[in-house]
Design a binder for this molecule. Sequence first.
Ligand SMILES: Cc1ncc(COP(=O)(O)O)c(C=O)c1O
Length: 346
Amino acid sequence: MLSSNDYLGLSFHPKVIEAGRAAMLKWGTSTTGARPSNGSRKYHIELEEKLANFFGREACHVHAAGYLSCLSSVAAFAQKGDIVFADKNVHSCLWDGIRLSMATFERFSHNNPLDFREVVSTVDAKAPKMLVVEGVYSMEGHVARLPELVEVAEQYSCFTVLDDAHGLGVLGKQGRGTVDHFGLNDKIDVISGSLSKSLASIGGFVSGSKDVIEYLRTNSKQTIFSAAIPPSQAAAAQMSLEIMQTEPEHLERLWRNTKRYREMLNKLGLDTWGSETPAVPIVLGSKEAVYRFWQSLLEKGVFTVMSIAPAVPPGKDLIRTAISALHTDEQLEQIAEAMAYAARKL
Ligand SMILES: Cc1ncc(COP(=O)(O)O)c(C=O)c1O
């Protein structure tokens, strides 16, 4: 499997499995409803406090899906009359959040602070503004140019929302994410993300100041009217968070594997779109080449995912791959042989 988001490999960690099992035995399978109607449980509050602490934020709210969290991290804080500026490559949940907010939106070119400046400087100076970006773009493997983006956002008084679904567990101290990686915690208003990647669970979070999270809890429809994260998944995420802080070997192994993998692809002359993270695309440029490459990898027992236009810009048809701390040296060897085979067959 060369296409999961199990970056730290915790989905098979015995402590994570046991935490999920124990929580299910104690609390049952589901809260069977939304928190305002069926009540918050101890494990919701505990997970939220631990996440807030981890991010160095005052508060946090968890949802049953990362999609809901990231969508509501935009929809709850923008409204008609506001202007939202978004990197043109942000995830579909953020676009849905922008649409639901009824705000006007402007795209700027991918990870391009100069273009953001150009776009933001041409709109009504008095309109409330929001910047929406991701920390790590999983299709491209790029890290957001956050210091420069934040500088522009500050100059134009933009409220800032960052979806760090793929930065959490991968960047920053103990995997605290992209904001910590750049030391910009006081510059980002809202960090949202998913529990379904490095935290080896299901669900999502929105973190920010106490006032911001209280506003979300009382004004966001996705937060008020959707069933709470189930006990086993909350417990699995909480245990993963603890492991990130007590077992540094997973993060170290992730980056060691990533370095070895990237060197292997570079040696074969494959185009990885300048990926800087464990999410590594292999750009092949046409759907025919992508299919041939994907099929060759599969023949050698390596599973990847194809991404072709219009999901990617024309000419950027690619194979999506992602490295995990769980990949063994033997598996990396097998991947190297499969890549060489697929490259020869192109
Ligand atoms: C950047 C980003 N945000 C949000 C999500 C949604 O998270 P989930 O799949 O946990 O609902 C994803 C999932 O692919 C994602 O890549």
